[in-house]
Write a protein that binds this ligand. Structure first.
Ligand code: TNX
Length: 521
C-alpha cells in the first residue's frame, strides 16, 4: 500500500544516502575543540560567524600577500613556523587561485579603519583583508587563536593544525589600549620588555607606557646628563643593582614594538618622584628630603626646584633627547603625587612641561593631578584615582586615559593570599578587573573625551618578568577586551569560559598565570 509513511521513506532514504556519501568526500566537520577555539577569541570580535567546517594548515601551505601586507604576513609566518615546523614561505602575489594558503589582501572597506580586519576561513584556505597594516596584523593575531593552543609552543609539535571555518569581521572600540610597566622601582631588561610587548600585541593592545624614572631609579641614558644613569641607574627598591637602557637599546625596543603596532610612551615622572635624578645631580635640589640614593617604597617626598633655571634646562634637555627617540606623538611627564611640591609651583611646572613638550613636537600626557593646572585639548590626563580630577581634565578639553586603580592596577593583589602585589587601592580578582565600563566609570565624563584604557603594573613588589606575569595574567586579557570590545558585547559569564579556554595558550607561551577560582579552567 502506498501510505504516507512509505512516501516519506522513499524520499528520505536516498537523501540520507546522498548526505552520507557527501560526508565521506566533502568538507570535514569541526570537532568541539576546534569550534571552541573559534568561539573563544580574546578580545571578543565584533562579529564571528562559524561555518561548521575545518581548514587544515598543512606543510605545503604558503602565505601569499600583496605588497602592503608583507610585514603582517612575515610576522605571522614567524609565529607559526616554530610549532608547526612548516616552511610557510611568504610569497608576494594575489592568491586568487591558491589552495592551502593564507592570503593577505587590501580591503577597500574604509569602515574597517586602521585596525579592523576581515578573516575568512574556508576549507580550502584562509583570507585576511584589511584597509591598513595594523588591521592585517590583528587579523593574523586572531588566526593564531583559531589554531590549537600548541601553536604557541617554541618547538615542533606533531599534531593536525586545524581551524574552524567561518567569517570574522572585527575592529576596536577604543584607540588607546595599553599597559604601563614600571621599570624604575625594579629594573626590567630589554628582553623582558620585548616579551611584554609580545603579550600586549597578542591581545591587540597598542600602547606600552614605560615608567622610566622614579625616586628609586633612572632608566634611560640622557647623553647631556650622564650621571642620571651613572648614579641614578644603579639602584632599585630593596637595594638591587638596578640598570638602565642605552639610547641604542631603547631605539631597538621602539622598533621591535613598532613592528607589532605597539607605540612606546616614555614617562619621566616630574616634578615629584624625582629623587634618583636629584641624587645624581644634587645641584637640582632645593627643598624636600635631602637627595641620597633611595631604595624604599615611600612616595611624595622629592621635588624639582622651581627657583632654579637649571631645573628647566634639565627638563628641556631630557625631553629633547627623549623626543628624538620617540616616533609617536606623546611624551608622559608624570605629575602624580607631588606632595613635596608647593601647589603654586606645581601649577607653574605643569604649564612649563606642556610648553617644553610642545617645543619638542610632542603632546604631553600627565597623571590626572595635572587637571589642577591650565591644561587644554592638547594634553592628555591619565585617570587613576580621582573622578573629580578626571572630570576637571575633560572639562578643560583634555583627552582622558582610563586607569582606575580599583579595577586595572594590576600591581594590586588578587586577594590577601597573593604572593606579590600591594592592596592600597583594593584586592582585585579577575572578574572585578573585567566588570567595568570605561564610559561609565567616572559618572558624567563625556564619552568623546575617553581616549582609551591602560593597565599599570607598578613594580615595588616584583623583580622580574616571571613575577610580573603572575600579576598580569590573566587580568591583562580582560583589560584588552575592555579596550577592544563594546560593552554591550561583553559579559563576565561568557568571558570566563573563553578565558578558561585560553589557559593552555598561556601555558604554551610559558606564562605561569594566576589560577583564579572564579574561572572554570
Ligand atoms: C601610586 S598611581 C602611584 C605609584 C605607585 C603605585 C603603587 C600613581 C600615579 N602613583 O607611585 O607605584 O601607587 O600601586
Amino acid at each position: 500500500m502506498y501510505t504516507h509513511a512509505n512516501k516519506l521513506r522513499i524520499a528520505v532514504i536516498p537523501m540520507l544516502a546522498a548526505l552520507l556519501l557527501a560526508g565521506c568526500s566533502g568538507p570535514r566537520k569541526a570537532s568541539p575543540a576546534v569550534s571552541q577555539a573559534f568561539e573563544s577569541v580574546i578580545p571578543k570580535p565584533a562579529s564571528a560567524v562559524p561555518a561548521g567546517g575545518i581548514f587544515e594548515l598543512t606543510s605545503d601551505a604558503q602565505i601569499i600577500t600583496d605588497e602592503a601586507n608583507k610585514a603582517a604576513a612575515e610576522y605571522l609566518a614567524e609565529r607559526l613556523r616554530p610549532a608547526t615546523g612548516f616552511a610557510l614561505p611568504v610569497v608576494v602575489g594575489d592568491g586568487s587561485e591558491s589552495v592551502h594558503a593564507i592570503v593577505y589582501t587590501t580591503s577597500s572597506d574604509a569602515s574597517l579603519g586602521n585596525e579592523g580586519y576581515e578573516l575568512s576561513v574556508a576549507d580550502k584556505g584562509v583570507r585576511i583583508s584589511a584597509a591598513a597594516p595594523a588591521g592585517a596584523f590583528y587579523g593574523g593575531q586572531t588566526l593564531r587563536q583559531l589554531l590549537p593552543a600548541a601553536i604557541e609552543s617554541g618547538s615542533v609539535q606533531t599534531q593536525p593544525w586545524e581551524m574552524a571555518t567561518g567569517t570574522i569581521r572585527d575592529l576596536p572600540q577604543l584607540a588607546w589600549r595599553g599597559s604601563m610597566l614600571d621599570v624604575a622601582r625594579h629594573f626590567f631588561t630589554i628582553d623582558e620588555v620585548k616579551r611584554y610587548v609580545d603579550y600586549l600585541a597578542y591581545y591587540k593592545m597598542n600602547v606600552l607606557h614605560l615608567h622610566l624614572s622614579d625616586d628609586q631609579g633612572w632608566r634611560i641614558e640622557i647623553k647631556s646628563w650622564p650621571k642620571l644613569t651613572e648614579v641614578g641607574g644603579k639602584s632599585e627598591v630593596g637595594g638591587g643593582e638596578g640598570g638602565f637602557y642605552t639610547q641604542e637599546a631603547y631605539a631597538d625596543l621602539v622598533a621591535y614594538a613598532q613592528r607589532q603596532h605597539v607605540m612606546i610612551i616614555p614617562e619621566i615622572d616630574l616634578p615629584g618622584h624625582i629623587n634618583a635624578a636629584l641624587a645624581s645631580y644634587p645641584e637640582l635640589y632645593c627643598i624636600g628630603k635631602k637627595p641620597e640614593i633611595y631604595t624604599g617604597t615611600e612616595v611624595g617626598f622629592s621635588t624639582l626646584c622651581r627657583k632654579k633655571d637649571l631645573t628647566f634646562k634639565f627638563v628641556d634637555d631630557v625631553v629633547n633627547e627623549l623626543a628624538a627617540l620617540t616616533p609617536g606623538p606623546y611624551i608622559h611627564l608624570g605629575g602624580d603625587e607631588a606632595a613635596a611640591t608647593p601647589k603654586d609651583d606645581y601649577i607653574a611646572f605643569v604649564s612649563k612641561f606642556h610648553e617644553i613638550a610642545k617645543k619638542h613636537g610632542k603632546i604631553m600626557i600627565g597623571w590626572e593631578e595635572i587637571a589642577q593646572a591650565a591644561i587644554d585639548s592638547n594634553d592628555v590626563a591619565q585617570h587613576w584615582h580621582s573622578a573629580e580630577y578626571a572630570s576637571m581634565a575633560a572639562a578643560k578639553g583634555a583627552q582622558v586615559i582610563m586607569s582606575p586603580s580599583t579595577r586595572v592596577y594590576v600591581d594590586m593583589q588578587y586577594d590577601s593570599t597573593s604572593k606579590f602585589g600591594l592592596h592600597w587601592a583594593a584586592y582585585i580578582e579577575v572578574d572585578e578587573s573585567y566588570n567595568w565600563d570605561p564610559f561609565t566609570q567616572v559618572p558624567g565624563l563625556d564619552r568623546s573625551k575617553i581616549l582609551g584604557v591602560e593597565t599599570p603594573l607598578w613594580s615595588e613588589t616584583i623583580t622580574n618578568l616571571d613575577e610580573a606575569e603572575y600579576l598580569l595574567f590573566p587580568r591583562l586579557a580582560g583589560v584588552a577586551e575592555i579596550g577592544w570590545t563594546p560593552s554591550d558585547l561583553r559579559s563576565w559569564d561568557n568571558y570566563k569560559i573563553r578565558l578558561a579556554a585560553h589557559g593552555p595558550r598561556m601555558t604554551a607561551m610559558g606564562i605561569d598565570y594566576y589560577r583564579s577560582s572564579r574561572v572554570p579552567w
